[in-house]
Design a protein around this ligand. Structure first.
Ligand SMILES: Nc1ncnc2c1ncn2[C@@H]1O[C@H](COP(=O)(O)OP(=O)(O)OP(=O)(O)O)[C@@H](O)[C@H]1O
Ligand SMILES: [Mg+2]
Length: 394
C-alpha cells in the first residue's frame, strides 16, 4: 500500500507543539513532506534556532506520522523558520495575547476583536489590553502573599501550582517577588524564556509555565524597584508574554503591603489573595496587615495557608516548633477559611533547593497530600466575584 501524502501532512499539522501548546499547522511549523514507498520524510520549521523541547516535539511528530497507514519508516528534519512566517507566528501569538484567541475574536462584543495590530491600538483604559481582565477570560489569578519573608510563600506557590497542573489544569506562575526571584529554581526551570521577536514565551518545568523578574535582571545587580517601574514590569509580564489561556495564574507576591499589591489592585482586580503565615502569633499579625492592604484595594482575600505548622519526629510525636494557632486565628479575624496546614518537612526544603517540587517527586507523601487538598479547596471555592466600577450604584 502506498502512502497518501496528504494524510502525512494532515497528521503532521495536527501535532501539538509542546512549547506553544498549539497544533503545528496553526503555528506555521509544517515543512515539506516527501514519501517514497513505505518511507515518509517530514520537515518541521522551528520558530527560532535553539528551540526548547525539540526532542519531545520530534518524538510526537514521529509517532503521529508512523500512525499514518502505509508508513513504515519516518525521518524528521528540523529547520528554522524564515522571517515572514515567524512574523506571522508572532502576530498569531500576540493576537492571542491581545484579545484572548483568534477563533472567538469576533464574538466578544468589545469591538476590538479583529484588531491584532498590537498593544496601544485597542483603546483600553490603560492604553494596553489586559486579556486576563476580559469578561470571557477563564483564568483565575491567585496572588500568594505573606506579611513577612521566609514563611514559605514561594514553596507554597510552586507546590500548589504543580498540584493543580498534575490534575490537568493549565497553570502558570508569575514570580513577582522582586526581592526573591526564587520560583524558577524551585520549579526546576533550566531554560531561559523563549524570545520570538518581541514576544516572551515563559519556559515550562514540571508542567507549569513560569516567568520571573529574575530573568531580566543580572544576578549581581541590585535593582531598586520604584512603584511605576514595578507596575510597568508586571504589566509587560502579563500582557506582552505569551501565556496561552491558563486556568490558573499564580503570582508569588513580594512580602508585605507594597507596590505589587497596589498594581494588582489597579490592574488585575480579579486577583484572589491567599495569605501564607506561620503558626506564630507575631507572624499572624504581620500577615493580617498584608491581608488588610489587599482588602483596601478591593482584592478578594479568599483564604489562609499556614506553613511550618508542625514537625513530626521519628517516633510520630508532633512538635509545634513555631507555636500553634496563628493560621486559624488569622482566618477567623479575616472571616475566610484556613485552607491548609503544611507541615515542616525536610523534603520540601530539599525539593526547593534541587528544583524538584515535592508534590511531583513524592506525590503520595503527607505534604503532597496537603497540597492536593489545598488545590481541591481552591478549585472548589471557584472564582471570586469581581468588583466592577460600572456596576456600582454610587
Ligand atoms: N513546610 C516546609 N518544610 C520545610 N522547609 C520549608 C517549608 N516551607 C518552606 N521551607 C523552606 O524555608 C525556606 C523559605 O521558604 P520560601 O523560600 O518558600 O519562603 P518565602 O516566603 O518565599 O521566602 P522569601 O521571602 O525569601 O521569598 C526555604 O528554604 C524553603 O525550602
Ligand atoms: Mg520567596
Amino acid at each position: 500500500m502506498s502512502i497518501d501524502e496528504s494524510q502525512v501532512t494532515a497528521a503532521l499539522a495536527a501535532v501539538t507543539d509542546p512549547e506553544l501548546r498549539r497544533p503545528l499547522g496553526e503555528l506555521g511549523m509544517v515543512g515539506p513532506v516527501q514519501t517514497r514507498r513505505k518511507r515518509a520524510a517530514v520537515q518541521v520549521a522551528l520558530p527560532v534556532a535553539h528551540y526548547p523541547q525539540v526532542d519531545l516535539l520530534v518524538e510526537r511528530v514521529r509517532a503521529a506520522v508512523t500512525a499514518v497507514p502505509g508508513v513504515d519508516e519516518v525521518t524528521v528534519d528540523t529547520t528554522v523558520m524564515e522571517e515572514e512566517p515567524r512574523a506571522r507566528l508572532r502576530m498569531l501569538l500576540r493576537g492571542e495575547a491581545v484579545d484572548g484567541g483568534t477563533q472567538h475574536a469576533a464574538d466578544d462584543g468589545h469591538g476590538h476583536g479583529h484588531d491584532h495590530g498590537g498593544p496601544g491600538q485597542l483603546g483600553h483604559e490603560e492604553g494596553r489590553p489586559n486579556r486576563f481582565m476580559l469578561p470571557r477570560s477563564k483564568t483565575r489569578i491567585l496572588g500568594i502573599s505573606s506579611g513577612k519573608g521566609g514563611v514559605g510563600k514561594s514553596s507554597v506557590t510552586v507546590n500548589l501550582a504543580v498540584s493543580l497542573a498534575r490534575r490537568g489544569f493549565d497553570v502558570g506562575i508569575l514570580d513577582a517577588d522582586v526581592y526573591g526571584f526564587s520560583v524558577p529554581k524551585m520549579l526546576g526551570v533550566t531554560t531561559d524564556p523563549l524570545i520570538i521577536g518581541d514576544l516572551v514565551v515563559p519556559p515550562t518545568a514540571n508542567g507549569v509555565r513560569c516567568l520571573s523578574m529574575g530573568y531580566f535582571v543580572p544576578d549581581d545587580t541590585p535593582v531598586i524597584w520604584r512603584g511605576p517601574m514595578l507596575h510597568k514590569a508586571l504589566e509587560q509580564f502579563l500582557v506582552d508574554a505569551y501565556w496561552g489561556e491558563p486556568d490558573y495564574l499564580l503570582i508569588d507576591m513580594p512580602p508585605g503591603t507594597g507596590d505589587v499589591t497596589l498594581s494588582l489592585g489597579q490592574y488585575l482586580t480579579k486577583t484572589e489573595v491567599y495569605v501564607v503565615t506561620t503558626p506564630q502569633q507575631a507572624a499572624e499579625r504581620v500577615a493580617q496587615r498584608s491581608a488588610y492592604a489587599a482588602r483596601k484595594l478591593k482584592l478578594a482575600v479568599r483564604g489562609v495557608i499556614e506553613n511550618m505548622s508542625w514537625f513530626t519526629g521519628d517516633d510520630g510525636t508532633r512538635y509545634e516548633l513555631f507555636g500553634a494557632g496563628g493560621g486559624a486565628q488569622l482566618a477567623g479575624e479575616l472571616g475566610v477559611p484556613l485552607l491548609a496546614q503544611v507541615p515542616l518537612v525536610p523534603a520540601l526544603r530539599q525539593g526547593g533547593d534541587d528544583g524538584i517540587p515535592t508534590v511531583s517527586a513524592e506525590p503520595d507523601s503527607e505534604v503532597a497530600q496537603v497540597f492536593d487538598r489545598l488545590a481541591t479547596s481552591i478549585v472548589e471555592l471557584g472564582p471570586a466575584r469581581v468588583y466592577r466600577k460600572e456596576l456600582s450604584l454610587s
